[in-house]
Design a protein around this ligand. Structure first.
Ligand code: SF4
Length: 363
């Protein structure tokens, strides 16, 4: 059984004060100068927040009691509140975070058995406008973009709660990161400089937003790009990833090639396997041809059943035999094609599922 951890939400006036967690050093300097404090205090705060995972000013024991009280009177440390937390049998931790305006987003912390490091998956928007037909977040519709601070504090909240360092970061939670590209790029810079996760350990996933892929390439951050392709043919992709009507498969593949040429990074092609929709031999052959000359790995993701707003499950997962046959055909040109190891299937770890369970009461 998955364990649900009860979380006490701070009901006092903390939520009214500006939060410091997730701010850059320059922003922290402005905060301390506004309070009439010397600039070097910002560096101390930065160390406590980013290196020592402090949850409160009370923990900052190299600051005097008077200074801690002064900071406490004007600021709080965490921006996000944990509204819900579920822990899977495999150790995956799924967080539902409450934003300052009361909206909810999800993040996940995963440990893979073949690696000794932790991977966090963060959200970039509340809801999503892309509307992929197999995605629980897509059913929510788009609410708003997350701020830079809201993105970065997801990582810091995870580190504070789990007591562990996040080594790998993927932008694969709620939302289409490249429809919030300015804030995503700024959050990556802050994570590189302050959290200390290297660019090669950061992956940005997109459904194929051509201007966003180009902007990310121009930002000169050698992060990994993951393209959620999900179908090699126009009709199927238009059906399950509707943004294809705006950004065609050839246009998206060209921008991915440009990204590789600019960054010299290998991309990841993500492909969710939906029974009877995109898992045929013919589609596997088309996928193999499409990626043959691309500097990429292909990641097959067996569908994790999700309900739409009406409570219906629209798709099914192909059998293990079909998954393996698809993998073998898609890899016939020598590309690395893997079936993704699943994490947290007992705790609704697909994006949008915990939110829907919490808000819509779905099980
Ligand atoms: S899969 Fe990603 S891009 Fe598609 S609706 Fe869900 S969150 Fe949006």
């Amino acid at each position: 059984m998955a364990e649900t951890i009860a979380v006490s939400i701070d009901k006092n006036d903390q939520a009214q004060k500006p939060a410091l967690s997730g701010l850059s050093l320059a922003q922290l300097e402005k905060c301390v100068l506004d309070l009439g404090l010397p600039k070097f205090r910002a560096k101390q705060l930065h160390t406590w927040i980013y290196a020592k995972n402090a949850r409160s000013f009370a923990e900052m024991t190299d600051l005097s009691k008077d200074l801690r009280e002064k900071l406490e009177a004007s600021f709080r440390v965490p921006l996000l509140e944990i509204a819900d937390l579920e822990v899977s049998r495999d150790g995956t931790r799924k967080y539902l975070f409450k934003l300052p305006d009361g909206k909810l987003v999800e993040s996940v912390l995963m440990r893979f058995e073949d690696r000794d490091t932790l991977t966090a998956c963060v959200s970039s928007q509340v809801g999503c406008a892309v509307g992929c037909t197999f995605c629980a977040t897509g059913y929510l519709g788009f609410k708003r973009n997350l701020t830079v601070q809201e993105i970065v504090d997801q990582v810091l909240c995870i580190q504070r709660e789990s007591g562990e360092r996040v080594a790998n970061l993927v932008y694969m939670g709620q939302g289409e990161p490249l429809l919030n590209c300015d804030n995503v790029v700024e959050s990556i810079k802050l994570i590189l400089n302050s959290v200390g996760i290297g660019a090669r350990h950061i992956t940005v996933s997109t459904s194929g937003i051509v201007p966003g892929i180009n902007q990310l390439a121009a930002a000169n951050l050698p992060v990994t790009l993951a393209l959620s392709l999900h179908a090699p043919d126009r009709l199927t992709r238009e059906e399950i990833v509707p943004i294809t009507k705006k950004y065609s498969i050839p246009a998206v593949m060209q921008s991915v090639r440009d990204y590789i040429n600019t960054t010299r990074r290998r991309v990841t092609i993500e492909y969710v396997l939906l029974k009877g929709i995109n898992d045929s031999d013919e589609q596997a052959r088309m996928l193999a041809d499409m990626v043959q000359d691309l500097h990429c790995n292909v990641n097959l993701i067996p569908f994790n059943p999700t309900r739409n707003n009406a409570g219906e499950i629209l798709y099914a997962r192909p059998s293990i035999d079909r998954q393996k046959r698809f993998r073998d055909i898609a890899g016939r040109t020598g590309k690395t094609v893997t079936i993704r190891l699943e994490r947290g299937t007992d705790i609704d770890a697909a994006c949008g599922q915990l939110h829907n369970k919490y808000v819509l009461g779905q099980t």
